[in-house]
Design a protein around this ligand. Sequence first.
Ligand SMILES: [Zn+2]
Length: 61
Amino acid sequence: MTMPDRGGTFDSFECAIHALAPRCAHCDCRIVGHGVEHAGRYYCCAHCAGHAGVQGIRDRA
Ligand SMILES: [Zn+2]
């Protein structure tokens, strides 16, 4: 990654994260940092996974 004033690809580090981060399959928020994954779908937290019908999953602290 290079700095914006050097013709970098991303406007900011935050944009880079958002471009790469998966989205929660339940609430559609960006997952930055730890999340939970089940059957190829990503959730921002175990709470969302549970709402989406996933059982037996826990937050990875
Ligand atoms: Zn969520």
